[in-house]
Design a binder for this molecule. Structure first.
Ligand code: IPM
Ligand code: MN
Length: 360
């Protein structure tokens, strides 16, 4: 049975950045290798049009797909944040499909070679820990204290550590750096002991470091690629943006939110999206960099064994286009003319289709 992919462009620049990758998905669907549905409405734009951020037919389509290819959830022109908080859609989808693990790939423009071409990977929990359910939060009306309880089980940590080891065993990185706050937090001390045990049992190289030190190393460019940064959800949320910023653009990060186990609702096990969000200032200008959406597409294809071979040609085409230029406004060197989203996407697609044709 073919994998079915549901396309959810979402808010702001979402539709602009998924357009190029969707052309590749269409070519793969035309060759009979996947099924494609959508576009389905989601997020603030759906709220503006339909009064809900997660419309019933979108949820039905998502239940009925293996993976969601998502553009962005965030501010959308014409929809006030007072009326709708767009993160509700993304958190709602994570909870509905138990998408408890986030894997983010960060590439660098213009780098190639043995490890330089490999992404830096940030692996974190998306449910549990700092991303606990509503019951872990004590809201305040401004007079009493507020609280957020951070709870992690050994099983949750072990699952993440095993997945980090899998990435190393698959040759996607050479080693793991586990970042925690074991000098302060009980959950981090448990994290340190469980991740250490798992890596030792698997024979995978793992170094422990403190989260503040990790931030320094990323900002200082000591850890740039070929590594899995394994860390608690809230730490990884910050580190993935930091690493993308250091790589040159928030657009250089693709995100996979996955349920590594059996589906809990319909057949859906993953949401794949660029990290950058809806960029309301740039919406409609056709200027933003679609690289994150290509990285998300590659991650989606690689997640399923039957399409895994189709992912690396997409990443390779993106790396080549980033190396060859011309580049979008966020990366174009001073004095060069930036290209728009569609033209950069066309350069990636021309390369990707050439190699995909041999596999389709
Ligand atoms: C992200 C976002 C989300 C997160 C928010 C919207 C809850 O920042 O996907 O990086 O913290 O995971
Ligand atoms: Mn984030």
């Amino acid at each position: 049975m073919n994998r079915r992919i549901a396309v959810l462009p979402g808010d702001g620049v979402g539709a602009e950045v998924v357009a190029g990758p969707v052309e590749l998905l269409e070519a793969i669907a035309d060759a009979g290798r996947i099924e494609l549905t959508g576009p389905w409405a989601v997020g603030a734009s759906a709220f503006g049009a339909l009064g809900t951020g997660l419309p019933a037919d979108t949820l039905a389509a998502c239940d009925d797909c293996d993976a969601m290819f998502f553009g962005a959830a965030g501010e959308h022109p014409g929809v006030s944040l007072d009326d709708y908080r767009p993160e509700h859609s993304i958190i709602g989808l994570r909870q509905r499909y138990d998408l408890r693990v986030s894997i983010r790939n960060i590439v660098r423009a213009g780098e190639s070679g043995e490890s330089g071409g490999r992404p830096l990977i940030v692996l974190r929990n998306l449910l549990g820990g700092a991303y606990g359910a509503a019951s872990t939060r004590t809201e305040s009306d401004g007079t009493d204290a507020a609280g957020d309880e951070v709870i992690l089980t050994p099983e949750q940590i072990a699952e993440l550590a095993e997945m980090a080891c899998d990435l190393v065993e698959q040759g996607l990185a050479s080693s793991i750096v586990s970042a925690d706050k074991a000098n302060l937090m009980a959950t981090s001390r448990l994290w340190r002991s469980v991740t250490g045990q798992v890596a030792e049992a698997r024979g995978v190289p793992l170094r422990h470091t403190y989260i503040d030190r990790m931030a320094f190393e990323l900002a200082h460019d000591d850890v740039v690629s070929d590594t899995v940064v394994l860390t608690e959800g809230i730490f990884g949320d910050m580190l993935s943006d930091l690493a993308a910023g250091r790589a040159g653009s928030i657009a250089l990060c693709g995100s996979a939110s996955v349920n590594p186990g059996p589906p809990v609702q319909g057949r859906c096990v993953g949401l794949f999206e660029p990290v950058h969000g809806s960029a309301p200032r740039h919406t409609g200008k056709g200027k933003v960099n679609p690289s994150g959406a290509y990285l998300a597409l590659a991650a989606l294809l690689e997640w399923f064994p039957d399409t895994a071979e189709l992912g690396p040609p997409v990443t390779a085409a993106l790396s080549e286009a980033l190396q060859a230029g011309p580049l979008t406004y966020d990366l174009a060197p001073a004095g060069t003319e930036p290209v728009g989203t569609a033209s950069f996407a066309a350069a990636v697609n021309a390369r990707a289709l050439r190699s995909l044709k041999e596999l389709l």
